[in-house]
Design a protein around this ligand. Structure first.
Ligand SMILES: NC(=O)c1ccc[n+]([C@@H]2O[C@H](COP(=O)([O-])OP(=O)(O)OC[C@H]3O[C@@H](n4cnc5c(N)ncnc54)[C@H](OP(=O)(O)O)[C@@H]3O)[C@@H](O)[C@H]2O)c1
Ligand SMILES: [Zn+2]
Ligand SMILES: [Zn+2]
Length: 332
């Protein structure tokens, strides 16, 4: 089968590899869509120290069960995996905190991922996709919507609060805008581009264009917002923290340039009484919660482009390009 194999830091090949064979408890998934994520780019560039070589890249996927050695799944079931292969038996898994599984292995990093025609996945990591969820929405649920839902849950997002989203045109950003709104928030999208702002107008309540946004936020939104979703990192975090009201919360999701550091002003953080919460990945329960939310408050999967698996290099260029809005999908 065809797959995108990372062979060493910064190097990949699109080539044929043997079909995976199943052990007890595992499921063979025929892939319908895989999605690119900025994380793939960072993994390719060598920022993830646990990367094993060679490995099939990709951690966002929706597919159909082709063969099952887990009695919970049958041929034909439509499924999405969470971001890790988990044991399902450790204390963290038993508490429902699968993101902290003591024996977790990250797909596309420590075990083969999903930029391929088929994938072998433990049944412990899978969630069945209900019929009201499209493939385009399902593929971005675990790493984007359910990851964000878990973050909003952890910072106690309440109905009627104001949420500011940085990098609002990105794969994370444009869906964070929609999820926060679906959860009853008033949402302000921040983007660098006037062009993108026109499109984002469809999803956000308010839009601010540019890099110095905190003064405008404070002036227009009662001295500051309740919550910021920081999807960019060092280029915007200083303005994001300034945009919070006293007692506000910052959900730290992305950092597009891991070589840069940010000096947190401790006194300001303490006296402003703010919370900064790092958040990654999702549990199966978060995926199920998002499927429930979108049944009553539809979320539009924003897809910038779809590429055949063979054209992975093109898809990667699209991911790196500044003009895109939303996700890039691969079709095996
Ligand atoms: N915590 C998690 O579990 C998780 C999950 C997925 C992704 N992430 C991380 O979240 C971040 C975004 O991922 P993504 O897949 O959404 O990437 P993406 O689609 O490329 O979106 C990033 C957005 O950030 C903005 N941006 C990029 N570089 C910037 C810069 N130098 N200055 C200001 N804005 C910049 C752009 O939006 P505008 O042009 O609109 O400003 C861009 O669309 C990445 O760091 C990724 O690793 C984290
Ligand atoms: Zn991802
Ligand atoms: Zn576990």
């Amino acid at each position: 089968m065809l797959a995108v194999v990372v062979t060493s830091k910064g190097r990949f090949e699109v080539r044929d590899i043997p079909m995976p064979s199943l052990n007890a408890g595992e499921v063979l998934v025929r892939i319908r869509y895989a999605a690119l994520c900025y994380r793939d780019l960072l993994q390719l560039r060598g920022y993830y120290p646990r990367m094993r070589y060679p490995v099939v890249l990709g951690h966002e996927v929706v597919g159909v069960v082709e063969e099952s050695r887990d009695p919970r799944f049958s041929r034909g079931d439509r499924v999405v995996p969470i971001l890790h292969s988990i044991d399902g038996t450790c204390d963290m898994c038993l508490r429902g905190e699968e993101v902290y599984c003591r024996n977790r292995l990250s797909f596309g990093e420590e075990v083969d991922g999903f930029f391929a025609e088929y994938a072998r996945v433990t049944g412990n990591s899978l969630v069945k996709v209900p019929d009201w969820v499209s493939d385009e929405l399902a593929v971005l649920t675990p790493c984007v919507l359910a990851m964000l839902y878990r973050g909003f849950r952890r910072i106690n997002l309440n109905m009627g609060e104001t949420v500011l989203v940085t990098g609002a045109s990105g794969g994370v950003g444009v869906h964070a805008v929609q999820l926060a709104r679906a959860m009853g928030a008033r949402v302000i999208a921040v983007t660098r581009s006037e062009e993108k702002a026109k499109v984002l107008g469809k999803f956000a309540d308010d839009i601010i264009v540019g890099s110095g946004f905190s003064e405008e936020v404070k002036r227009r939104f009662n001295g500051g917002v309740d919550v910021v979703v920081e999807a960019v990192g060092t280029p915007t975090i200083s303005e994001s923290i300034r945009s919070l009201r006293a007692g506000g919360r910052l959900l730290l999701i992305g950092n597009v340039n891991p070589d840069e550091t940010y000096q947190l002003r401790l006194g300001y953080t303490i006296l402003k009484d703010i919370m900064i919460l790092g958040n990654a990945a999702a549990n199966r329960s978060d995926v199920a919660s998002v499927f429930g939310i979108v049944k009553v408050r539809p979320i539009e999967p924003v897809v910038a482009a779809k590429y055949p698996l063979r054209e992975f290099a093109e898809a990667l260029r699209m991911l790196e390009s500044g003009s895109r809005i939303g996700k890039v999908l691969l079709v095996p």
